[in-house]
Design a binder for this molecule. Structure first.
Ligand code: CP
Ligand code: NVA
Length: 330
């Protein structure tokens, strides 16, 4: 039976079967081939999408904008500073208005319940461009990158080092469970994923042959690892005052060349980006001045090294987001 997710919202990968996820990944690879070969694919000409961003973005916004235009669609970008959203108009009212004008809505913001409400009230497909809980479009790009490296992803071990209860780590645990991979969360006990999400993922894993492991031991996390993944130590929306505590908790989980050497020699490094791997950002320099730390979650040598694939991963955001829009709007 063919897979069809037309009309569905894309809020968390918990809502999708392994076959549906693989369908979106195959479609992404097809869009990538077409783009690289200059084959036009304006398959959604005449449709309109709107992008709502309550947090900042480079990759996600650009991926949605370029993806939508490649598909022939019109795009509107809205942030709180240039719309009534939130301050003068509730999300429910905003959703009802946007659903009358647009075929699909992307939302990046805070609570997962907001993206769920947008889907409930707008009546059109809504795509989660990152909430505090999940970052599902990132996952398709990550897994496409892993597939490009290793082919079949089943049985591969992916370890997330760092703040293992953030949106990216949560979503990695979900996608690995769905696709029969070995997921390892490697970080301090204080920053482990919530027990109810771990239980949900373990139940999925029992069906797919995946495993879920939580450890505070870096050697254990890196052992037999195929994909070493990390993310910034303080996520958007968290207060600046938390840096000192996070640095103390997460410094032992920095991905550096010693950690890379503990993994399989064929292992790759991934990062959703943006990354604090040097002092070339205002925050990076500020942290260096205050804490004498020239890099945070990953060192520059790993970030610029032969095993790093984060820029392929960033490019894949566009191909995968295009696939999500096409599959849900076609
Ligand atoms: N990875 C990611 O979501 O990047 P942006 O914050 O730049 O969109
Ligand atoms: N965990 C990060 C991901 C950024 C893409 C954040 O939420 O800021």
């Amino acid at each position: 039976m063919g897979i069809n997710i037309r009309g569905r919202s894309f809020l968390t990968l918990l809502d999708f079967t392994p076959a549906e996820i693989n369908y979106m990944l195959d479609l992404s690879a097809e869009f990538k081939r077409m783009k690289n070969n200059g084959v036009e694919h304006k398959w959604l000409t005449g449709k309109q999408v709107v992008l709502l961003f309550e947090k900042t973005s480079t990759r996600t916004r650009c991926a949605f904008e370029v993806g939508a235009r490649d598909l022939g669609m019109g795009v509107t970008f809205l942030d709180p500073g240039s719309s009534q959203m939130g301050k003068k108009e509730s999300l429910a009212d905003t959703a009802k208005v946007l659903g009358r004008m647009y075929d699909g809505i992307e939302y990046r913001g805070f609570k997962q319940s907001v993206v769920e409400d947008l889907a409930r009230y707008s009546g059109v497909p809504v795509w989660n461009g990152l909430t505090d809980a999940f970052h599902p479009t990132q996952m398709l790009a990550d897994i496409l990158t892993v597939k490009e490296e290793f082919g079949d992803v089943r049985g591969r071990k992916l370890t997330f080092f760092g703040d293992a209860r953030n949106n990216v780590a949560n979503s990695l645990m979900v996608v690995c469970a769905k696709l029969g991979m070995h997921f390892c969360a490697c970080g301090p006990k204080e920053l482990m994923p919530a027990a109810d999400l771990v239980e949900k993922c373990k139940a999925v894993a029992a069906e797919t042959g995946a495993t879920i492991e939580l450890t505070d031991d870096v050697k254990q996390g890196a052992k037999d690892c195929d994909v070493l993944y990390t993310d910034i130590w303080v996520s958007m929306g968290e207060p600046d005052e938390i840096w000192a505590e996070r640095i103390k908790l997460l410094k032992p989980y920095q991905v550096n060349k010693e950690v890379m050497a503990m993994a399989k020699p064929t292992a790759i490094f991934l990062h959703c980006l943006p990354s604090f791997h040097d002092r070339d950002t205002t925050i990076g320099e500020d942290i260096y001045q205050k804490f004498d730390l020239p890099a945070m979650e990953v060192t520059d040598d790993v970030f610029l090294g032969k095993q790093a694939r984060q820029f392929d991963e960033a490019e894949n955001r566009m191909h995968t987001i295009k696939a999500v829009m096409y599959a849900t709007l076609k």
